[in-house]
Design a protein. Structure first.
Length: 259
């Protein structure tokens, strides 16, 4: 992960829909395969931030389970669009009370720091949440949904035994670059808990529903806008940020992405 360099920032103002948002992230990654018209050009490193439509992103292992169709239908009943992501892991949910962060960089050797990125971005988002007032910790909670060694969770200000997973991460790598995606659940944790409870029940995957929720359920008065500002503040300590008004153009030669 390159630091102390320039990083374009695209603050997406409106969702493109659940599938459209995911496809844009993958298209931006594919863009690292398509240099600019001038010899030697390559896309600038990019940070994209947006509030997603209600989505449950299933892992490919979930899709192979007998209860997957029932789980997907349960998501639709709850107003969440079910999608299958190409990265690993289990089902994770996010909505407009969440902040999604996509960090995309061209890299001629993207495999080399794959595991280091999970640690580095986990620490960065832990720092951002702490700046926003969350007692944030890096590491999994027993029984959490979409178990991951580099999850970020928060501890309740009123009940130290209550721990809620706040950040889930996923990574995609091409031969020409990498995409690191994170979702932070800030508001309306009840909707996340409800849809994941129904999805995991249909998949027959055991978990502890109390591990799901939002930062506001930790005794904090916090908004997505405030968390976004905190994330950008922490990023500015490591990169020179350049805000751009529109998403970078996607080459027409970028292949269609099927999910």
């Amino acid at each position: 992960m390159t630091r102390a360099g320039r990083l374009q920032v695209y603050r997406q103002q409106a969702s493109n829909g659940a599938q459209g948002d995911l496809e844009l992230a993958l298209a931006l990654l594919q863009r690292t395969r398509n240099p600019g018209q001038r010899s030697g050009d390559e896309p600038a490193p990019l940070l994209r931030l947006y509030r997603p439509e209600p989505t449950v992103a299933f892992g490919q292992r979930d899709q192979r389970l007998p209860g997957f169709d029932d789980a997907a239908e349960a998501c639709r009943r709850s107003g969440f669009t079910p999608l299958v992501r190409r990265a690993g892991g289990r089902a994770a949910a996010y909505h407009q009370g969440s902040l999604v962060i996509d960090h995309i960089e061209p890299d001629s050797d993207p495999i080399r720091e794959t595991q280091a990125r999970f640690t580095a971005f986990g620490e960065l988002l832990q720092e951002a949440l702490r700046q926003a007032g969350v007692d944030a910790r890096l590491g999994p909670i027993p029984g959490e949904y979409c178990l991951g060694d580099h999850s970020v969770h928060g501890i309740s200000l009123v009940d130290p035994d209550r721990r809620i997973k706040l950040v889930g991460t996923a990574q995609r790598v091409l031969g020409s670059g990498w995409l690191f995606s994170s979702s932070i659940i800030v508001e309306d944790g009840a909707a996340i808990r409800r849809v994941l409870s129904e999805a995991y029940a249909a998949l027959e995957i055991p978990w502890d529903p109390l591990t799901a929720g939002s930062a506001t359920e930790l005794g904090l008065d916090l908004t997505v806008d405030e968390v976004e500002q905190s994330v950008l503040d922490v990023y500015r300590r490591h990169w020179e940020l350049e805000e751009i008004a529109e998403s970078p153009a996607i080459s027409s030669s970028t292949p269609a992405l099927q999910l």
